[in-house]
Design a protein around this ligand. Structure first.
Ligand SMILES: NC(=O)c1ccc[n+]([C@@H]2O[C@H](COP(=O)([O-])OP(=O)(O)OC[C@H]3O[C@@H](n4cnc5c(N)ncnc54)[C@H](OP(=O)(O)O)[C@@H]3O)[C@@H](O)[C@H]2O)c1
Length: 323
């Protein structure tokens, strides 16, 4: 496992990391969640991604409990959380990045995680109803109060990120250092084009999500929705059209010979494809069982095999399917 700097910050994160969306508190009980984290750690992952909204706070509780039991030295791992959607009802509790919610939210997350601080805190989506300056000052204060070490954004437009960075720069505040966008073979635009100027202008680092497009890139949806998969979960029905898209599944099929030649699985090929992008600091993987974590860790061996020629073949196999 390699450890890469998170953008221009000094923090190093493992090139593959582990996240708890969908699974923690929904699919996974405490024991399996801990087993997945232990497998990730044994394979060298040092970053564990979370968000307040995942399973309405339960995901943070499970991760907190797991971290306590695993008892790793706090210096050795990186944990994140994110705010925007909120988990309770009220005028200042939903869809907001206002100062009141952010400074309340971090205390509640730390309690659920049983931690004194999180390493990374993300503004989970942009909030058009709060002045950006208010959000930037609140994120700075969260860091100044020792409750988080670095802050960033998730799925913000490039202009919004740049503006937040400029506000922080003007007022000598902690600047946003990372973004968390979706990035996989079928979803490239933002990372490869929209954010391109920011990597040098602001030193933006990326912690990317859904490297397998929720499982589509493993090839397991080619014969329909397997009963033990994300696509079979009732809350996840919004994903089924994409997971079973015939053109995308055909493209996944044409990746198979490439994976075979490289002696790896489709999942490993897809994860390695994300990690080979030097702008990506860490690829956040997801898994519903420890065997998937172990398989996905094998992607680190595949990254050096992705020569320009192999990358061209992957592009040709998926041409016209990516957005
Ligand atoms: N910032 C954001 O807005 C945002 C949004 C989404 C995710 N994220 C973060 O990114 C993390 C990863 O996203 P993701 O879970 O969507 O990643 P993903 O890699 O696209 O999908 C992971 C899912 O695919 C299946 N899978 C994984 N490895 C497999 C394998 N080797 N073989 C077969 N199936 C396999 C598992 O689901 P089943 O076994 O149930 O099919 C697993 O839960 C999340 O946990 C979260 O921390 C952030």
């Amino acid at each position: 496992m390699k450890y890469k700097r998170l953008g221009s910050s000094g923090l190093k994160v493992s090139e593959l990391s582990f996240g708890s969306w969908v699974t923690y508190g929904n699919q996974l009980d405490m024991g399996t969640a801990r087993e997945c984290m232990a497998a990730a750690w044994d394979g060298g992952m040092n970053f564990f991604d979370n968000a307040e909204v995942y399973a309405g706070g339960k995901s943070e509780e499970i991760m907190g409990e797991a971290l306590k039991k695993l008892a790793w030295p706090r210096l050795k791992y990186v944990v994140s959380t994110k705010f925007y959607w909120g988990i309770t009802d009220g005028p200042n509790e939903k869809n907001t990045l206002n100062r009141k919610y952010l400074l309340h939210g971090i205390d509640a997350s730390l309690k659920r995680l049983q931690l004194d601080y999180v390493d990374l805190v993300f503004c989970h989506r942009p909030d058009p109803n709060t002045p950006l300056e208010e959000t930037v000052y609140a994120m700075h204060d969260m860091i100044a109060r020792g409750k988080a070490l670095y802050w960033g954004t998730s799925e913000w437009g490039a202009n919004e990120i740049r503006e937040a960075w400029q506000i922080a720069d003007r007022h000598h505040l902690h600047k946003p250092v990372m973004e968390q966008p979706e990035y996989n073979i079928f979803h490239r635009e933002r990372v490869e084009r929209e954010y391109a100027p920011l990597y040098d202008q602001t030193g933006l680092g990326l912690t990317t999500w859904s490297p397998l497009a929720s499982g589509l890139l493993t090839g397991k949806y080619r014969g329909g929705v397997p009963p033990d998969s994300r696509g079979a979960i009732s809350r996840m029905q919004f994903l089924v059209a994409s997971l079973t898209d015939p053109a995308k599944n055909a493209a996944v099929g044409s990746l198979e010979p490439i994976a075979q030649e490289l002696n790896c699985s489709l999942a490993q090929l897809a994860i390695a494809w994300c990690a080979r992008n030097p702008r990506v600091s860490t690829v956040i993987t997801g898994a519903s069982r420890a065997s998937q974590v172990r398989e996905n860790l094998g992607a680190v061996e595949v990254i050096p095999k992705l020569t320009p020629e192999v990358m061209r073949r992957i592009d040709a196999a998926t041409a016209g399917k990516a957005d």
